[in-house]
Write a protein that binds this ligand. Sequence first.
Ligand code: N2P
Length: 396
Amino acid sequence: MSDSKKIVALAQLDLAEGLADGRIDRRSFVRNALALGLALPSIAAVLQACGGSEPEAPAKPPEGAAAVDAQPAGPPDLGEMEKELKICNWSDYIAEDTIANFEKETGIKVTYDTFESNEELIGKLQAGATGYDLVCPSGYAVQVLLAIGLLEPLRPKYLTNLGNVAPQFRKTAFDPTDAHSVPWQWGMTGIAFRKDKVKAVPDSWAVFHDPQYKGKLTMMDDMRDVIGAWLKFRGKSVNSVVPEELAAAKADALVAKALLQSYVSAPVKGQLVAGDVWIAQLWNGDTLQAKVENDQIDWILPKEGGVIWCDSMVMPKGAPNKRAAHAFLDYILRPEVGAAISDFTGYGSPNAAATAKMKVPVAYPSDEQMKLLEFQSDLAGASAAWDQIWTEIKAG
Ligand code: N2P
């Protein structure tokens, strides 16, 4: 996105206006603008043009209350239950009857759309007027959406089943007060492969540099995952903003690109099943879905490590059906509903009560496994540099 387009986006998001009339302080403005990838000179220009209030002192928590427990202010009551609900979620990420059962029980009519990457979802929400009541970004994308002011706070009084969530998925780094998100599923990004086609188990990201597999390899159509994998390959963080490390990741990605069949995410499952693709960068749960159709498919976390993520339901700014959105969240937090979702997706449930009811519970990684895994975080000011590298890799 060019800087002029980003300035337009800022205006659309009401940031510049908020800065001018004092609703947004200078610090929040800069944070939000950086999250959009706006270059510093342009931020300075808007600051100069709009003026703005000084950063406010953080609100003091009430006597005896832990700051982390603070809940958002907001209307205490959401009013009547609406008759409709519009959800946008990752593809293949819900049990076949979850929506139908919810509709039957509540009489609420659900419209269910899908997306294939966090960047696609963020782009849709930035463009505005989606009418979505619930969407399901990964943790770092929750941070991005919060930073650019695109989320509504949740009302805990309507979430009676929130206590079922396992402690490690409460008050996370991406939502420290649980004010904006309800965790949906957690999983990992590694390598799916066809046991019957490969010479050896592909236990390193280096397999995407192996010429013997030319044309049988795919990596995900996802900037954070592809560049992140090549950063991990060189022992760096998936959240690196160090120019030399990013340059090395780009070079590795270009070597791999010459051997790849394509960049493809969830739809690669069909190609693995058919045998058109032998080795694919993929999430663990989607791999299990493919394995149901072809048991020659397996998944491995490369020895250099990979990404662990937790995707969460959040309510976009201006969601028209907030009460129904809370009803759906409370519904999926029920143990049997959460268990059915994870049994279908093959992913872990962040819901402890649901995990206990799963047919084959997915255990949270051990401390040893966690040493190989990393959560992604908001790249804030470095997102423009990452975008640029990804554009060059795609074009290269
Ligand atoms: C969708 C799985 C998406 C997980 N099938 C990505 N965080």
